[in-house]
Design a protein. Structure first.
Length: 280
């Protein structure tokens, strides 16, 4: 009897030790799995970012929020926008709010902007334009490729800047608006981006490469697990034409609710203002 009780105790101890070892191995396995999840993703960051715009086309559409911060001569202003974008048709609609003027006047009505291949349409533009009329700007004539002029960066153009990525590093994993993302930081070249971009952005990005103070664009970008851009921040630099002062611009574009309806209709010819726009 004594021998059987000793055997049972020894057997029980073995079971307990075995269970502890299994738990230990399981914890170690979880730790290794978590380490893999937190480690750098597979693939060269440069190549990953050069094709990030393609994932947006596959997604079809999204909602977007934009922020454009400009700083010159000790003055900083921020212009914010919100709307939708169709990445397959290259059409978008934004409501852009201008900041208060230096005298402290309240914000006016938001400017409605329509983004289209080769054109930017603006309503409630002011400057003597009737309220019911649109102003059409040919983006091929803009020295910044419409990356700054509209007070917001065209979301697909922002993505295609990454086609010119020259150097990039994986920073780490984090969250953007509740989505798990991978954070990359790098530098893109606008001339290279224009050569690799889709036909609609080739000209504008080429113009920006010549019009900005430098064609090098530092950026931070956050991709979700499907490779879609959730947030991208560019830092542009150009020279004020009148004062010859450098202007630093930080453009941030947030993308979310992929697949959201994006019915964007361009104005008819009769709704476009053909008169003279007052200088502001």
């Amino acid at each position: 009897m004594a021998r059987r009780r000793q055997h049972r105790r020894a057997h029980g101890a073995t079971v307990v030790v075995g269970a502890v070892c299994c738990l230990g191995l399981g914890a170690a396995g979880c730790a290794r799995s978590d380490a893999v999840a937190q480690g750098p993703p597979a693939g060269d960051p440069v190549e990953v970012l050069r094709t990030a715009a393609d994932a947006l086309v596959e997604a079809g559409s999204s909602q977007t929020r934009t922020s454009l911060e400009m700083a010159t001569g000790g003055t900083r202003v921020t212009i914010r926008g919100e709307g939708v974008y169709d990445y397959r048709k290259r059409l978008g609609r934004l409501k852009v709010r201008l900041p208060q003027d230096p005298a402290g006047a309240a914000e006016g009505r938001p400017i409605t902007e329509l983004l289209a291949p080769g054109a930017l349409y603006m309503k409630n533009r002011g400057a003597g334009v009737p309220d019911d009329k649109w102003v059409r700007v040919d983006t091929a004539t803009l020295s910044d490729g419409n990356l700054v002029t509209g007070g917001a960066t065209d979301p697909f153009a922002a993505a295609e800047v990454l086609r010119g990525t020259r150097a990039a590093t994986f920073v780490g994993r984090t969250e953007v608006a509740g989505a798990r993302v991978r954070h990359y930081r790098g530098t893109a070249d606008l001339e290279a981006a224009s050569q690799a971009a889709s036909e609609v952005n080739r000209g504008p990005l080429g113009a920006a490469a010549k019009g900005f103070a430098t064609a090098r664009v530092p950026f931070d970008v956050y991709l979700d697990d499907e490779g879609r851009i959730r947030k991208i921040r560019h830092r542009f630099s150009f020279v004020n034409g009148e004062r010859k002062e450098p202007v630093a611009v930080a453009s941030t574009t947030l993308l979310y609710d992929f697949g959201a309806p994006a019915d964007v209709r361009l104005p008819a010819d009769g709704d476009i203002y053909a008169g003279r726009i007052a200088q502001e």
